[in-house]
Design a binder for this molecule. Structure first.
Ligand SMILES: *[C@@H]1O[C@H](CO)[C@@H](O)[C@H](O)[C@H]1NC(C)=O
Length: 221
C-alpha cells in the first residue's frame, strides 16, 4: 500500500520521465510479450485485406523488443494480415489496418536513463541521455527532467520555458506531424522538429513527407 502510494506520488511529482523509466524497467517485457500474443490472436486471417506481393514487412520480434523486418516469403506477405508494404506502416503505433503493436516498434533511442544539461544559450534546457559513461558519473546528471531543470541544478536559474516541437504522430490513412511539449521527445536529438513545416518535409519525420498514404503503397491484390 505504502509502496503503491509512493509510486503514484513519484509518477505525479517526477513526471513522465520518472514514470517512463520506472515502468520501462519493471513492466515493459511482460507488456510487450502480452501485446505481441494479443496482436497475433486479434489478427485473424481476413480481418485486414492486405494480400501483398513480396517483399513486404512483417513483425520479426515480439519480446523483449518489437521489430519489423523485410521478408521475401510469399506466404507471409500474402496471408492478408500482419503484412505491410513499408516498415513505417508495420511499426506505426496503432493497431488494425496498419501497425502490429499499439505501442509501435521498440524505440531504442528513446530509453531515458538520465538527464543532463542541454542547451545553455539562448535558452537553458535539459536533455535525456542513455550514455552509460554520462549517466554513471556522480556529477552533472539527474534522474528526471524536473530535477535537472530545478534552479541550481544544470542551470543556475533552472531551465527556461520549454519550447514545443513537432514529431510524426500518425502513419495511416495519412502521414501527419503533431505538436508535443514532452522534452524527452523534443530534446532526444532525432525525429523532432521546430515547426510543422520542417517535420512534414519529405525525408524528415516521414520519408515521403506528410500527406495521404497513396493507394499504390497499400496495394491490394
Ligand atoms: C514462409 O513462411 C511460412 C510461415 O511461417 C513457413 O512455413 C515457410 O516455410 C516460409 N517459406 C520460406 C521459403 O521460408
Amino acid at each position: 500500500m505504502r509502496l503503491a502510494a509512493g509510486l503514484l506520488l513519484l509518477a505525479l511529482l517526477g513526471g513522465a520521465a520518472a514514470a517512463r523509466e520506472l515502468s520501462a524497467s519493471v513492466n515493459d517485457n511482460e507488456r510487450r510479450e502480452a501485446e505481441g500474443k494479443a496482436s497475433v490472436a486479434a489478427a485473424k486471417p481476413g480481418a485486414a485485406s492486405r494480400f501483398l506481393k513480396p517483399p513486404c514487412f512483417v513483425p520479426t520480434e515480439y519480446a523483449p523488443y518489437q521489430k519489423c523486418g523485410l521478408t521475401n516469403n510469399a506466404t507471409l506477405c500474402g496471408r492478408g494480415y500482419l503484412a505491410f508494404p513499408t516498415e513505417d506502416l508495420c511499426c506505426a503505433p496503432q493497431r488494425g489496418a496498419v501497425g502490429v503493436w499499439a505501442s509501435g516498434c521498440t524505440d531504442f533511442s528513446k530509453t531515458v536513463s538520465c538527464w543532463v544539461a542541454g542547451q545553455y544559450f539562448p535558452t537553458q534546457s535539459c536533455r535525456p541521455s542513455t550514455e552509460f559513461a554520462t549517466c554513471s558519473r556522480n556529477w552533472g546528471r539527474w534522474a528526471s527532467e524536473d530535477a535537472c531543470c530545478a534552479a541550481g541544478a544544470a542551470h543556475t536559474e533552472g531551465c527556461s520555458e520549454a519550447l514545443p516541437c513537432w514529431v510524426a504522430d500518425a502513419w495511416y490513412p495519412a502521414r501527419t506531424c503533431g505538436k508535443t511539449d514532452d522534452q524527452g521527445v523534443c530534446q532526444r536529438g532525432w525525429g523532432a522538429y521546430d515547426s510543422v513545416d520542417e517535420c512534414c518535409a519529405p525525408g524528415a519525420a516521414h520519408s515521403q513527407g506528410c500527406g495521404a498514404v497513396d493507394a499504390a503503397e497499400v496495394e491490394q491484390a
